[in-house]
Design a binder for this molecule. Sequence first.
Ligand SMILES: Cc1cc2nc3c(=O)[nH]c(=O)nc-3n(C[C@H](O)[C@H](O)[C@H](O)COP(=O)(O)OP(=O)(O)OC[C@H]3O[C@@H](n4cnc5c(N)ncnc54)[C@H](O)[C@@H]3O)c2cc1C
Length: 291
Amino acid sequence: MIPRFSLVRPHTLDEALAAFEATGGDAAYLAGGTELLQVMKLGFAQIGTLIDVKRVPDLKGIERRPDGWLRLGAAVTHREIERSELVRHELPALAGLELHLANARVRNAGTIGGNLAFAEPHSDPATFLLACGATVLLASPSGRRELPIDEFVVGPLFTAREADEVMISVQVPPAAAGEGRSYDKLAFFERPAASVAVRLTVRDGAITAATVAVGSVGPVPALVAGAAEALLGADAGGDGLEAAVTAASGALADIEAEADLNGSADYKRHLAAVLLRRAVAAAIREAQADA
Ligand SMILES: Cc1cc2nc3c(=O)[nH]c(=O)nc-3n(C[C@H](O)[C@H](O)[C@H](O)COP(=O)(O)OP(=O)(O)OC[C@H]3O[C@@H](n4cnc5c(N)ncnc54)[C@H](O)[C@@H]3O)c2cc1C
């Protein structure tokens, strides 16, 4: 049974922030509740007041900003992202990721903000958004701040967000010319066993920029600089690509990994190496389609 709590349903951001302050801190923001209500039901958290932020207009909507960045309101559900024509067009790998996240019930209720704020190590969006260079925008009574994903997610179930800060939105930079972004995962149970996101640029047939992120393997989604460096300069369509991808996979041998229900640390590193190969191929396809 869920312990008793008060529910506040603000209609504006100011009302949400004021409602939190009025509790003296015995409060939490609630979105889809797919994580938070479960945590309370299991007795891991007892919270006096839940502040439901789903109706706050500042947290809604998906749009392209005038500077080209894609803005996702924190209270946008996985389903809304999956179905958004704008996301499908601008960031198809994110729409695809959302289609294969959890189950239809979780996708209908769960939000992108709740997913990132909960910082579950097996989050799909956190790994992909990390590779994309995305940021989160937070608001508190003392002002606003914007953090890149790697500064926001600091540990398993632990973020840089202060308890009174509301996440307003997630921002994703536009693709550069010749850029491809991809995400791939393996899942044996409900959440990924391992995942890899790749962002790379192909110019004149060669990979000129690369970012690799690995998720669900260690305690937090992590950028793997060695893997990205191994891809640089490779001929995107030629024989050199195989050697570069093999070297990039080799760079995953040292990443921080933790055994869990999905397998040993070494097995999860192995899964990541397999996924990297697939993710690089998908990112190159997207980059070349853009050329
Ligand atoms: C069965 C199951 C399977 C799942 N499978 C996957 C999977 O395959 N991949 C994956 O990535 N995820 C998976 N999830 C996790 C799912 O994505 C998240 O549960 C969902 O996105 C969380 O969003 P929510 O709106 O329900 O968050 P809530 O449960 O409402 O909140 C989660 C946390 O975020 C805080 N919070 C929420 N919104 C805000 C905000 N705007 N500002 C500040 N703090 C906020 C809350 O206080 C709480 O601490 C799964 C969950 C379940 C239950």
